[in-house]
Design a protein around this ligand. Structure first.
Ligand code: MG
Length: 251
């Protein structure tokens, strides 16, 4: 065990896996509209991944039955796609992973369905900005908890709450590797950030509480107070001088 430091060749394979992930995300953004089911989104994501030669890495992972983790409104993460129809005003978290050549990619976004409330827009904006604040903190020689602290600070300054029960993670030849990447914590702690580390950084942010609960399906995570939740994630490699977002948006 321990942290893996990846060669340039390995990082290109992780980038290839993330390219597949982002191709599926691009497709999801195109087709998301009021009236579609989460099962339809799941099927489309799986088709994109397989057409590009990849394998959906969440499917079968610890028994998860689908390609896509969905999270509608007060759901935080890990919802199972089904015949639920999304409606105007919903926000929907979409998290997916893919494997190719034995390497993994992982990224998440939260999208509005049609026109959504101002508070939902602000929550999504803050969550995405928290992810970017964490990523921008990455510099070789700083410590892992500097990333965590940057995320927590941005979220709490905006008046929201980070979820503490789930964390980001290393990624490479397994979908989840060391180290864990919490979205909270005091700065200056944990492993030194070094060239070759690849981290999946993924703040989950709630409007009203950091507390969450898992539903009877053993997967779906919700906020305990029913307030909205958003989730964004990128897979990021640490380079000589800074960082390289391997799951960068496709143009
Ligand atoms: Mg992840």
């Amino acid at each position: 065990m321990g942290i893996n430091y990846r060669s340039a060749e390995e990082i290109e394979k992780i980038r290839a896996a993330n390219h597949i992930v982002m191709s599926a995300h691009k497709r999801l953004k195109e087709i998301l509209r009021p009236g579609v089911t989460t099962a339809y989104l799941d099927k489309e994501a799986e088709t994109v991944i397989r057409d590009l030669g990849g394998r959906p890495s969440f499917k079968g992972y610890r028994g998860f039955p689908a390609t896509l983790c969905v999270a509608v409104n007060d759901q935080v993460v890990h919802g199972i796609p089904d015949d639920t129809t999304v409606v105007e005003g919903d926000i929907i978290g979409l998290d997916l992973g893919a494997e190719i050549y034995g390497y993994y990619g992982d990224a998440a976004q939260t999208l509005p369905v049609g026109e959504v409330s101002e508070s939902a827009k602000e929550l999504m904006d803050v969550t995405e900005r928290a992810l970017m604040a964490g990523i921008e903190t990455i510099t070789p020689g700083r410590r892992l908890s500097d990333v965590s602290h940057a995320i927590q600070t941005l979220v709490e300054d905006a008046g929201y709450y980070v979820v503490t029960a789930f964390v980001g993670h290393g990624i490479g030849t397994s979908p989840h590797e060391e180290p864990q990447v919490p979205n909270y914590g005091r700065p200056g702690r944990g492993p030194m950030l070094r060239k070759g580390m690849v981290l999946a950084i993924e703040p989950m942010v709630n409007i009203g509480t950091s507390e969450v609960r898992v539903l009877d399906d053993k997967w779906t995570v919700k906020t305990v107070d029913g307030s909205l939740s958003a989730h964004f994630e990128h897979s990021v490699a640490i380079t000589e001088n800074g960082r390289d977002i391997l799951s960068a948006q496709l143009s």
